[in-house]
Design a protein around this ligand. Structure first.
Ligand SMILES: [Zn+2]
Length: 459
């Protein structure tokens, strides 16, 4: 970054303290000087109502400066001065990506030059949001009693997060929803949240333990942001107390309904979850801990899988690590992977266009411009194109992540067991391996035997 913009905002912190914009600016100038950056411009906003929707003229001008490349990046005192929700961050980051801009923070370890650095930024943003959302919840629940219009039908179980009759927020349940939303948006899997909640003995509104399905269904509900939905359409707004804002709800739906999601996030502590396939039913095998404490991969129970194939995880992980690292040093794979594929931006743009078309179609159908049948037909075709574009985007991401390691398989293997990040390991495996089929054991149900593993290489 050569010419940076400093962005400052006066706001109430979660604990009620304020940091004057002058102090933020002074710190940021010192930081920029230390890095050798020129401060091209300073943008400032004063906003004391931390998380309500307030227009921020300074922020908007700063975005314009980025988009017209008057500056190479933005320096903030803390990330929560810049954006107030993950959705807002994504909007900001889309502009940076388009215009090759970077982001830096005086008080946080922000490095947007690589995927892992970006994941950390997203987590920091999600946590900042979580803190303030918990604070504003208390305020909202006071007003909630007045939101009686559009009450749901009586009877049946109470909606999680709301009291009977949906008039009030149940604070500790609403906190759980806010927590889950922030964690999903930061990339955590639903399964991992459910495991964590059940470990803490947190239950549903009927006192049952959580399942991945119940939590997923809950997070997809429009009522979480106060909207009433009928057959997929929003028919009323603000009819009951909102626990999340509309942006967060929209983003949750995008993330949770993304078909690519189940692959990278399944079972985060197992290297090969989702990569190994059952020979019998072709399901993605998942990592789990057996009752004897041994880590293993198993075909999921019905209806997803046949539950018939199991293999010990540790020797399988080791074998695949060896194979992947060898492959990275093999000339064939290296040349296939080394080919730079810089279509990533095209894929992202295409995905946005296709999603826009889906919206247009839904609008045309709603206005009576096309029949339901025409809508469905067009939608199926767009869905297919969307799936292809997403797969292509994922492949590009994988290639980019593996590219630095091509030809360095031996070095990678040396670092593998020495604290190499699991997400990085998974990226390396995913970059060279399409899938690995686990065949039936000849003797003993989960016995490890290298012959049971049939690897299908990408290149
Ligand atoms: Zn199976």
């Amino acid at each position: 970054m050569k010419r940076c913009a400093i962005y400052t905002r006066l706001s109430k912190d979660a604990d009620g303290t304020e940091t004057a914009t002058a102090r933020q600016e002074a710190d940021a100038r010192a930081f920029a000087a230390a890095k050798g950056w020129t401060v091209a411009e300073v943008f400032k906003d004063v906003d004391l109502s931390a998380y309500r929707k307030v227009t921020r003229p300074g922020y908007e001008s700063m975005l314009t400066a980025l988009a017209s490349r008057q500056v190479d990046g933005v320096l903030v005192w803390k990330l929560d001065r810049l954006v107030r929700s993950p959705a807002e961050f994504e909007r900001f980051w889309a502009i940076c990506e388009t215009h090759d801009a970077t982001l830096a923070s005086v008080n946080e370890p922000v490095d947007t030059s690589n995927e892992l650095g970006l994941v950390i930024v997203r987590i920091l943003v999600a946590f900042a949001r979580l803190e303030s959302a918990t604070m504003s919840l208390r305020l909202r629940s006071v007003k909630a009693a007045s939101a009686k219009a559009g009450r749901p039908k009586h009877g049946g179980p109470r909606a999680f997060g709301l009291t009977d009759g949906w008039t009030d927020i149940v604070p500790h349940e609403a906190d759980m929803i806010v927590d889950a939303a922030a964690r999903v948006l930061a990339g955590e899997s639903i399964r991992s949240i459910v495991l964590d909640w059940n470990r803490q003995s947190l239950t549903t509104s009927t006192g049952r333990p959580w399942s991945a399905q119940t939590l997923r269904n809950l997070l997809l509900q429009r009522r979480l942001c106060g909207q009433r939905e009928h057959r997929g359409e929003i028919v009323a707004d603000g009819v009951w107390p909102a626990i999340l804002d509309v942006d967060t709800c929209d983003r949750l739906r995008t993330v949770l309904t993304d078909p690519a999601r189940t692959v990278p996030h399944a079972g985060r502590t197992f290297l090969l979850s989702g990569i190994l396939r059952c020979h019998n039913c072709d399901s993605r095998m998942r990592g789990s801990i057996a009752t004897n404490g041994r880590r293993r991969y198993a075909c999921p129970p019905k209806p997803e899988g046949c539950n018939g194939t199991v293999i010990l995880a540790d020797p399988t992980d080791q074998l695949l690590a060896d194979m992947v690292c060898d492959a990275l040093d093999s000339p064939d794979l290296a040349s296939a992977l080394g080919r730079p594929d810089d279509d990533g931006d095209d894929h992202a743009a295409r995905i946005r266009v296709l999603i826009g078309r889906l919206d247009d179609l839904a609008g045309m159908w709603a206005n009576g411009g096309i029949s339901r049948r025409e809508w469905m037909t067009a939608r199926t075709s767009i869905d297919q194109q969307l799936e292809q574009a997403r797969a292509a985007a994922a492949a590009t991401t994988r290639n980019r992540q593996a590219a630095p390691w091509v030809g360095r398989g031996m070095q990678l293997r040396a670092r593998w067991d020495d604290g190499l990040d699991l997400e990085f390991q998974r990226a390396a495996v995913g970059a060279v391996i399409d899938r690995a089929v686990i065949r039936a054991a000849v003797k003993g149900r989960n016995r490890f035997d290298a012959d049971r593993i049939v690897v299908e290489w990408r290149a």
